[in-house]
Design a protein around this ligand. Structure first.
Ligand code: SF4
Length: 486
């Protein structure tokens, strides 16, 4: 699909509604796009993946916003901040930024995600909804001149209602004029005609006049026509892509990436917070783990830690998930061996330690076997793990057990019985990471407000992200405040 384009190709045609007019090696003239044409240039596999993952963060947060009952205005503010971090897209008037690189990434990420999310009706529906919201937010925040130029370059299949027709239907159309006290309001109002079936929202809310298969739409509702057109075109394009997907299936290198992206979206969690096995914090020692677990670990890792302390033993997947988490948290190989040896002391696996477990620990640090520095498991992987995975997911059918695990793990940090209904309602919606994010907010009340998540509205996507943020907040709270001289 993303085949090589001739680097020298110049686009000279100026047909209306033809995005090739605006695309030259991935560049576009406008910040807004209907994504009419796929990118025609070479991309590296890394670029292919990162552009999609960064876009997926935004779309997943938009979906989480609905689960967290954010208003449209709150969703908009959160999306603007997240886009600033992961998917900036500036207007032509911006200076000091590589606008074409931003647009290329925007376009590429959109088309990669189309490949991942065209595969089922449910994925298509959710993708269209999240992309539609992103488009709407960008439309509302776009530079007004640039937006007008974008609109005039496109054909949205609307017909301007001329003066004669306006007069003919004055009795009906005048109901839709906003300022009824202004005697010139009707004269100054612009109306467009579109096929009524393309704007079901406006029809349902009775915001238009219907006649002869057309809806007569007042000018102030113009944006609704555009949003509907965006979603309608995207739906059709996804369907067409799903029919062509067997061609892509032959490209085996891309399939694991596309599968991973689709899985991440299904779980509402982009899957790459920590992509490597590198440590994210300062070094920690074996002796610090107990106190860190009590204050900073998400539920999955707290449960593993508590079980380890209780049983002096842990099965393979528990050791794997918890060991990698501690490694990324900053436990060195020597400290890890000390931690695990002490944890198993007196337990059923103590005599196996030097023969078996020591090797496994060294293996996870890349010091044995294939010598790979394995990354810690992210939420998506823990949601789908059969053992030692995400407790919100694994205990969803035992709500009493989950609630008592929450209370025993977090009551010292302020979580009470009154908080449980809200958390459990997210679990019932299968929004496990939203439940976990809410617990983070409740247990860090001095630093984060409801809706802030891990900062800027971001949801939990990785246990190490949760722990690192919690440690960071504690450090900030302890740092002496700088005195500002007036
Ligand atoms: Fe752990 Fe993620 Fe589940 Fe939270 S949502 S408990 S961090 S797997």
């Amino acid at each position: 699909m993303f085949q090589a384009a001739k680097q020298t190709s110049k686009i000279q045609r100026h047909d209306k509604d033809d995005e090739t007019l605006h695309v030259e090696n991935g560049s576009t003239s406008y910040r807004l796009s209907l994504y009419d044409q796929p990118p025609l240039y070479d991309v590296t596999v890394e670029e292919f993946e990162t552009s999609a993952l960064d876009r997926l963060r935004i779309l997943a947060e938009i979906e989480s916003s609905a689960a967290r009952n954010r208003t449209m205005e709150e969703t908009k503010q959160m999306t603007i901040i997240q886009c600033g971090k992961y998917l900036p897209l500036n207007s032509n008037s911006a200076s000091g930024v590589d606008i074409q690189a931003e647009r290329r990434k925007d376009q590429l990420g959109h088309f990669v995600l189309r490949l991942a999310f065209c595969r089922s009706a449910e994925l298509r529906r959710r993708f269209v909804k999240a992309e539609g919201t992103l488009f709407r937010i960008r439309y509302e925040t776009d530079d007004s001149k640039e937006r007008a130029a974008f609109l005039s370059s496109k054909d949205f299949n609307w017909i301007s209602v001329d003066a004669d027709e306006k007069e003919k239907y004055e009795a009906q159309l005048s109901h839709f004029v906003s300022n009824k006290t202004d005697p010139n309001a009707f004269k100054n109002e612009t109306f467009y005609k579109v096929r009524w079936s393309t704007i079901p929202d406006l029809v349902e809310k009775r915001k238009v006049f219907l006649k002869g298969g057309f809806a007569y739409v007042p000018g102030r509702e113009q944006a609704s026509i555009i949003y509907a057109a965006f979603e309608e075109r995207l739906e059709a394009a996804l369907l067409a892509t799903s029919r062509a997907i067997p061609l892509v299936d032959e490209e085996t290198r891309l399939n694991p990436i596309l599968d991973n992206l689709a899985q991440g979206f299904t779980a509402g969690v982009p899957s790459d917070w920590v992509g490597s096995g590198e440590t994210t914090g300062e070094g920690i020692t074996a002796d610090m783990v107990d106190s860190l677990a009590k204050q900073h670990f998400p539920l999955c890792m707290r449960v593993l830690h508590q079980n380890l302390r209780k049983d002096h033993h842990m099965k393979h997947f528990g050791r794997l998930h918890y060991g990698l988490f501690l490694k990324v948290l900053g436990l060195s190989i020597d400290e890890a061996i000390a931690f695990w040896r002490k944890s198993f002391a007196g337990g059923p696996g103590a005599d196996k330690f030097d023969k078996e477990y020591r090797y496994n620990i060294r293996h996870s640090f890349g010091l044995e076997g294939r010598r790979m520095n394995y990354p810690a498991k992210n939420c998506l992987q823990l949601h789908t793990a059969h053992e030692a995975g995400c407790p919100y997911r694994q205990l969803e059918n035992s709500p009493e057990n989950l609630q008592s695990a929450l209370l025993s793990s977090y009551s010292a940090q302020g979580l009470t019985v009154d908080d449980l209904p809200e958390i459990m309602s997210q679990v019932r919606k299968k929004a496990y990471h939203v439940a976990c994010t809410r617990v983070f907010e409740i247990t860090h009340p001095r630093q984060v407000r409801k809706g802030d998540g891990l900062g800027d509205g971001e949801s939990v996507t990785h246990p190490n992200q949760y722990a690192a943020k919690s440690i960071e907040l504690e450090k900030e709270a302890k740092e002496p405040k700088m005195e500002v001289d007036n």
